[in-house]
Design a protein around this ligand. Structure first.
Ligand code: NAP
Ligand code: MG
Length: 454
């Protein structure tokens, strides 16, 4: 493996910078430093950690534009999306800056003394993130982990390290101790693997493919370390015949084509009740044609290119032999462009089962509520989903019956940093975000103090 990796601008296909690849012994040195710095961090007063994270949030806020521009260059995200992502990082930091003083334990009644529990930090937490949302996903791990008194070592995806590296520098500018939050660039098989194997990394947070996630979990099992997994998805957008069809159709492209479909929560299956199937497709077609694919630097752009040439080939492969109903548009040129595609599918088709991670949506009809639920649950995944209906009872029944971690009714929202996020089945293990995330980066210690003189 060469010592550097060349980054490519996905909208032009041109390489623009070489990034260093850390070796296993370099990773070990970073972890050793993190072990040392963590002790003082965990021992600091809660207010000291809270203030440090608030300063970190403010410095990120002051660099939203710079971070957004880096993401446009490195990942091809539309500028408005990238600005949202960078602001989100500041908000996540701000939210978990409120955690240090709130990590209360319990006092449990016992005879002959006092029994109390403490939320002890793990020590060093290893965070491994994918290329699709480089900044936001990293922050979901590092902000609560730091708040709970841990040190963090973060491995960005090799394709998209720039914003993570910059956020690592901003942490130091904000006054966090050097080495407390360390960003290490390099390959998954070296840096990521070392996080999993190293005995001083006491918890691992992995976001990525189900395939690699299973290996990471197996490695963590050997070291007896807890692991949080945020994996793939094949989420259903279920449209009932009593839905506001105009609204449902208008919202459907954004729910699957946002970030060029490179979104673990993408509603990549649209399940439509048979009685409104034709009408829904009629409404969907203009919405897809109007979806604005283009130059990511423009504020009017809704979707940029795919991340790489190899990924574009994989996505294109899904259209071989598929029944494509209609497509949106995409620019010509050397970038990794791909026009959104709407495909008519049968439940067993590969296109209805596998995560494509591109702007391709499978549309399938269903007969009634029971059939809709069955079809929604008919994949190995269970991350997100949407339910469109004007019937409140149905909304409640279906939202309880769909086996997914994150659902929305008459909306496609998935991520609010103050609500829990994560998947069921092959979509993951554990939850991120929400009110309890900092506690997930601690283990409970129980201490009994005897009051009886002996
Ligand atoms: P991936 O190939 O699984 O890689 C994810 C990360 O793991 C990368 O940083 C990768 O490093 C690293 N890695 C690879 N092999 C490793 C190993 N043996 N040990 C430790 N780390 C290793 O996933 P991807 O292709 O980047 O991302 C796409 C997938 O992520 C999709 O399936 C998507 O659904 C999923 N995803 C899920 C969520 C969620 O929250 N549920 C969010 C976003 C994405 P390098 O690539 O740098 O070598
Ligand atoms: Mg990969």
């Amino acid at each position: 493996m060469s010592a550097t990796f060349t980054l490519t601008d996905p909208s032009t296909g041109r390489g623009f910078r070489d990034m260093p690849r850390a070796t296993a012994s370099e990773v070990d040195a970073v972890i050793a430093r993190a072990v040392e710095v963590q002790r003082a961090w965990a021992g600091a007063a809660p207010l000291v950690r809270a203030d440090a994270l608030r300063r970190f949030a403010r410095v990120v806020e002051d660099h939203v534009e710079e971070l957004a521009q880096l993401e446009v260059l490195n990942s091809g995200h539309p500028i408005e999306s990238a600005r949202w992502e960078a602001s989100h990082v500041a908000q996540v930091l701000n939210f978990y800056a409120g955690a240090p003083e709130r990590l209360s334990g319990q006092q449990i009644p016992v005879a002959g003394g006092l029994d109390v529990t403490f939320h002890e930090p793990y020590g060093v937490v290893g965070i491994i993130v994918p290329w699709n949302f480089p900044m936001t996903i990293a922050s979901w791990g590092f902000a609560p982990a730091l708040a709970a008194g841990n040190a963090v070592v973060l491995k960005p995806a090799e394709l998209t390290p720039l914003t993570a590296v910059r956020i690592g520098e901003l942490a130091v500018e904000a006054g966090l101790p050097e080495g407390l939050f360390a960003v290490v660039t390099g390959s998954g098989s070296v840096v990521g693997q070392r996080f999993v194997e190293h005995p001083d990394v006491r918890k691992v947070v992995f976001t990525g493919s189900t395939e690699v996630g299973v290996e990471v979990a197996a490695g963590c099992a050997r070291g007896l370390k807890p692991v949080t997994l945020e994996l793939g998805g094949k989420s259903a957008n279920i449209v009932f015949d009593d839905a506001d069809l105009e609204k449902a159709a208008a919202a459907a492209p954004g729910a699957v084509f946002d970030n060029a479909g490179q979104d673990c929560c993408a509603r990549s299956r649209i399940l439509v009740q048979r009685s409104v199937y034709d009408r829904f497709l009629e409404l969907l077609e203009p919405a897809v044609r109007d979806w604005r694919v283009g130059e990511p630097t423009l504020e009017t752009t809704q979707m940029g290119p795919l991340i790489s040439a190899a990924h574009r080939d994989t996505v294109a492969g899904f259209l071989d032999g598929a029944d494509v109903a209609f497509r949106g548009t995409a620019p010509e040129g050397d970038g990794f462009w791909f026009a959104p595609a709407v495909v008519l599918a049968e439940p067993g088709d590969r296109i209805a089962q596998d995560e494509i991670f591109g702007p391709v949506v499978a549309v399938l009809p269903f007969d009634d509520e029971e059939d809709g639920i069955r079809l929604a649950n008919d994949t190995v995944y269970g991350l997100a989903g949407s339910i469109w209906t004007e019937n409140l009872g149905r909304a409640m029944r279906v939202s309880r019956a769909v086996k997914s971690g994150v659902l929305s009714v008459n909306s496609h929202s998935s991520v609010r940093y103050w609500t829990p996020f994560g998947g069921m089945k092959a979509s993951g293990l554990g939850r991120e975000l929400g009110p309890d995330a900092a506690e997930h980066f601690t283990e409970t210690k129980n201490v009994f103090f005897a009051t009886d003189a002996s």
